[in-house]
Ligand binder design. Structure first.
Ligand code: ZN
Length: 262
């Protein structure tokens, strides 16, 4: 398990789950609790919290797919009155439905809910603003991956374009914690689109090293993503030439199709 220090008080724990999913626990060592993001394997989450003598205060869910929301029911049965947040009625054991730009407070933390439909129609990303002590962070579920984006199960290329525009407008130093370890394959695809992209080549080296050591490749930052993630580079000549399109929605649709067949 990887721990990312946010500041003296908060940490993000990255927990691999199922085949290639990530669950996260955001821990507050001052108020002594944790917030679980997409805890599909609740035992793993609760074991870590017990070890750290922290209580589980809330669950936030990015979308209703089983590999993200599949642990909610068990958690709601184990911990009475736990708050379970999400943006879709299909999410198991939901207690609080959130909407776009709604701000939810858990302890002293404020999460801004960003509705990013397309992978699913009710997908929500959760953003915490930075301050003097820490950089901003965002849990992006299956909307934005490192060097990629989610499949368009319940939306169009235009929807994904709008959703990714919301995320790419976040501050460049925003740390991105996504829902799957897809980075290596994503980067290989990115390099098929832009073979001369130095940033992608450098990132590939770093990622290969991390994976060799069995370390997660999260987090990245919005600033990094803008340099090599083709789905955030629709206006770049190289990406337009590769897809043979220049209108951003058409480039997005073409990239997704190419990636699905990659
Ligand atoms: Zn999904």
């Amino acid at each position: 398990m990887k721990q990312t220090s946010i500041n003296d008080r908060y940490k993000v724990h990255t927990l691999p789950a199922l085949k290639d999913n990530y669950m996260y626990i955001l821990t507050d060592y001052f108020l002594k609790f944790g917030i679980a993001v997409d805890p599909v394997e609740p035992e793993k989450v609760l074991e870590i919290l017990a070890k750290e003598e922290l209580e589980l205060r809330a669950v936030i869910t990015t979308h209703h797919h089983f590999d993200h929301a599949g642990g909610n029911k068990q958690i709601s049965e184990m911990i009475k009155n736990i708050s379970i947040y999400g943006g879709d009625d299909r999410i198991d054991s939901l207690t609080k439905k959130v909407c776009h730009n709604e701000i939810i407070q858990i302890g002293d933390l404020l999460f801004k809910c960003l509705h990013t439909p397309c992978h699913t129609s009710g997908h929500v990303c959760y953003y915490i603003e930075g301050d003097a002590s820490h950089e901003p962070i965002c849990f992006t579920g299956d909307t934005l991956f490192i060097s990629g984006c989610g499949r368009f199960f319940e939306g169009s290329a235009k929807d994904m374009l709008q959703s990714l525009n919301i995320l790419s407008a976040l501050p460049l130093n925003t740390k991105i914690f996504c829902g799957h370890e897809y980075t290596l394959n994503n980067l290989k695809f990115s390099l098929s689109v832009e073979p001369n992209n130095e940033e992608a080549l450098q990132k590939l080296k770093i990622v290969e090293e991390k994976l060799k050591r069995h370390e997660p490749t999260v987090p990245s930052t919005i600033g990094e993503e803008l340099k090599y993630n083709p789905f955030l580079r629709l206006d770049k000549k190289s990406v337009q030439l590769y897809t043979n399109e220049d209108n951003p929605t058409a480039v997005m649709a073409a990239l997704r199709k190419l990636k699905d067949n990659f």
